[in-house]
Design a protein around this ligand. Sequence first.
Ligand code: SF4
Length: 157
Amino acid sequence: MTSETLLKSVLEQSQADGVTVALVDSKLVITGSRPALGEWRGVLRELKPELLEMMRRAARPVSRRAAALVRRGVDRDAARALALLLVDQAARQDERHVCVECRHLSRVRDVYQCAQGRRIGFGGTPLAREQVVVLHRCRIFAPLDDGTVDVQAGATH
Ligand code: SF4
């Protein structure tokens, strides 16, 4: 079995040569210029099952998180982009959060409200749809208990 480090290295090197390997609808799609593809086709074909498995594994947390955001009212495209950002941000130990992933946030149609608003200084003012997807520090952020959010310590509002 090929190590993940080697697989990542193959992806990086082929990308540097102008070949893009992407996961589209759970399938591996390889694009690039004819010469670059000529150079990399054999290696990528040989490693395809392992690349596919690695990329599917990497995509799972993003898909789960995007689905949770959609359930909380974020539209599908924005949810996918935000989920990618949040998964990457968590990997970088960035301690900011978005209200839309907090259990203190409630929603009635398109009106969002933070149940802890008084504790953090904005009373009962509703939050706009655009506000609930903005990354920020909040000392009382509480992740939804659906397991989609990595809890970060030490956040402050
Ligand atoms: S507690 Fe903080 S993160 Fe949670 S909804 Fe309120 S303002 Fe947003």
